[in-house]
Each structure stands twice: as C-alpha cells, then as structure tokens.
Design a protein around this ligand. Structure first.
Ligand code: SF4
Ligand code: SF4
Length: 347
C-alpha cells in the first residue's frame, strides 16, 4: 500500500478525473428523520457538490447498485420454430463509488467470498463488482455503530483509494494500479512523520467514540449452547417479520428466482429478487410445508447464519456492525441487544 497527502481543495480534481467518462455514485442528503437528523442515500451524482462526504451511514446500503432488489436474469422469446434467449448482466458502464465507509467496503469483501469465491460464482454480481472503482472515506462513529467489535471499522482491502480527514488535508491510501495512475495526475506529497502522527491521532480519537459493542468471545460456541434458549422466543414475539433488516443490510444476499411465462408460451422471463429469512414464507417448500412457521425460528436463523454458520465457513462473521438493521427495525431489535441477551448479559 502507498500513502499520499492530498490537499482538501484538490479532492475536486480527483473527482473530475474519476468522473470523466464514468458514472459516479456517492452519499447524498435525502431530507431528515423525525428528530431532524439528516438521512443519506447512495445515489448516482452529477457533480462534486452533490456529495456529502461527512455523511453518517446511509439508511440503505450501496448494494442496490451491485445487487439490485430485482433484476432480470434471462428472457426467452419463441418465434415460429425458432427461439431467442437473452442473458445480460445488467451493467452499462463502470461505476465509481465515491465516499464508501469501511464497514460497507468490508461488507463487499464478505459478499465476494460467497458470490465470487464459492463453487458457483454469481455472474450478475461479478459483472458489477469487477467494474467498480471505490474511494473509501473515514467516518464518525454513531451511537448504533459496533463495526469495531466486528473488526470492520477499518478496511485493509476491497477499495482503490481510502481517504482519512486530517483537517486541511486527506491522508490517502492507494491500493490499486488504477488508483496510483489517477493520483499521479494530482499534486500529492508523500506523508512525513508528522502526517503519520496526525493520522494516528485521528484514528485514536475515532476509536474512543465507539459506544456500542458486541462481545464476540466464544460466540459460535455460545450460540450452539443457547440454540433452545427462551431469548429467541422473546425477540421473535417482538419481530413483525417485515424483512426490513435484510433489505437495509449490506451483507444480506439471499434471493429468490421467479419465472413468468406468457399464457401462449411465446415469452418467458427469469427474475431474481432479494429475499429475507425473516419473511413468513422464506422456508416454505412445494406442497405448502413451512420449515420455519414461527417468527422466532426465522429471526434465530438470521442470527445463526450471520454469527455462527458464516463464521464456521469463512472464519469471520457475516455482520459488519453497521447498525442499520437496528436503526431501521420498527420493533427496536438491535444486534448488540440480541447478542447480549443470548449471553445472559442483558440484566
Ligand atoms: S426489521 Fe425488525 S421487525 Fe422487521 S423482520 Fe427484521 S427484526 Fe423483525
Ligand atoms: S446485520 Fe445489521 S449490523 Fe450487521 S451488517 Fe447487517 S445491517 Fe449491519
């Protein structure tokens, strides 16, 4: 990894270089919540001034750009005795993500393990993921952020450039050749000792601001022990099975596939759509049998997938601690509270 120091005023020049001929996605302000706090969203932007780089987590993660809620996988058309098949990966041009936080970059790294690195890679994801340029940016921990507990508060890979605000300059981490070639076109200096010291001071101050935590010690074992615990029933009774938590989560990737066929059999379409393991019919099979008819069994499954099964498969959790699910849940169910209660630490 290479490091550079970039004047803040020169960030617009970096943006101009990246935006030339590319679509740029970044955090924009989308109004406010009931308490007057700004709501941010990742959107395609037209100008540098649209970006809000001091944003708190976006309500919904950036996954809509590389794992859309609904996308056509293939379409078929019959014409006489001929038929025509179209398979597209739904990407028109590369995307530059400008201003992604470390938790969301780590979420992408986790998705890569499943959707790129498994026996059956997902080409619809791969096509988009391989055509991304990511400029990460440091963030200010919010009361709901527990990314530090999940080891996702800093990103070590999965981005091209990463910016840390040092006041009048950015400390820039360069990770890819492409990023290096862009940075060469700007006036950026190599960091001096006092820049390193300023970076470490900023990192220390950030670390002190985390107030939400999850105790992951021996968590897989504890989950095994507490599989029949009554706490799952308690949380399940509160859960409304709305699926919002999966919708906002940057690492939830479960999906369903729908096939629709015209009555005259001339056209058909295969569509992929994101799904949530908390929805009532997630484990329903042909014939109508539902393996998880009760809300607590579905909620428990979500926690076991993220904090137990994924750890067994990849030696890391499928949760980056962004806190989005807890913030969005109308029943007020948060990961730190659920895990604490399973550990018997909620009294
Ligand atoms: S958002 Fe909350 S209420 Fe809705 S499914 Fe998730 S845990 Fe249940
Ligand atoms: S489970 Fe919740 S806290 Fe964890 S990554 Fe998903 S939305 Fe973020």
């Amino acid at each position: 990894m290479l490091f550079r120091i970039l004047k803040k005023d020169d960030l617009i020049k970096l943006y101009a270089l990246l935006a030339e001929g590319n679509r740029v996605v970044g955090p924009v302000k989308k109004g406010g919540d009931k308490d007057g706090k700004a709501i941010y969203s990742f959107e395609e932007i037209a100008a540098f001034s649209d970006l809000h780089l001091s944003h708190t987590s976006t309500k919904i993660s950036a996954k809509k750009f590389f794992m859309p809620f609904r996308e056509t996988m293939a379409s078929f058309r019959m014409q006489g005795k001929d038929w025509d098949k179209k398979i597209g990966f739904n990407i028109s041009s590369p995307l530059v993500f400008f201003g992604m936080h470390a938790c969301d970059i780590n979420a992408l790294n986790k998705l890569d393990k499943v959707l790129l690195g498994s026996h059956y890679p997902m080409p619809y994801y791969a096509a988009k993921r391989k055509n991304m340029f990511i400029v990460g940016i440091d963030c200010e921990p919010q009361p709901y952020c527990f990314c530090r507990s999940m080891g996702a508060d800093t990103a070590l890979h999965g981005f091209d450039l990463f910016l840390t605000d040092l006041g009048d300059h950015y400390f820039v981490e360069i990770l890819s050749d492409t990023a290096y070639n862009f940075m060469k076109q700007l006036t950026a200096k190599e960091p001096a000792e006092d820049d390193h010291a300023r970076y470490m001071k900023v990192a220390l101050e950030k670390n002190r601001k985390f107030s939400a935590h999850v105790d992951n010690t021996d968590l897989t074992k504890i989950l095994d022990m507490e599989f029949q615990s009554e706490v799952w029933k308690k949380w399940g009774d509160q859960c409304m099975s709305c699926g919002t938590c999966a919708n906002v989560c940057p690492t939830c990737y479960c999906y369903g596939v729908e096939e629709s066929v015209e009555l005259d059999l001339t056209r058909a379409q295969k569509t992929k759509f994101l799904y949530s393991c908390n929805l009532i019919d997630f484990a329903e099979v042909a014939g109508g049998h539902n393996f998880r008819p009760e809300s607590h069994t579905r909620l428990k499954y979500r926690y076991y997938h993220k904090h137990r099964g994924f750890v067994e498969a990849y030696e890391e959790s499928l949760c980056v601690g962004c806190g989005r699910c807890g913030e969005a849940c109308l029943a007020g169910i948060t990961v730190p509270e659920v895990i604490a209660s399973v550990r018997g630490q909620d009294n």
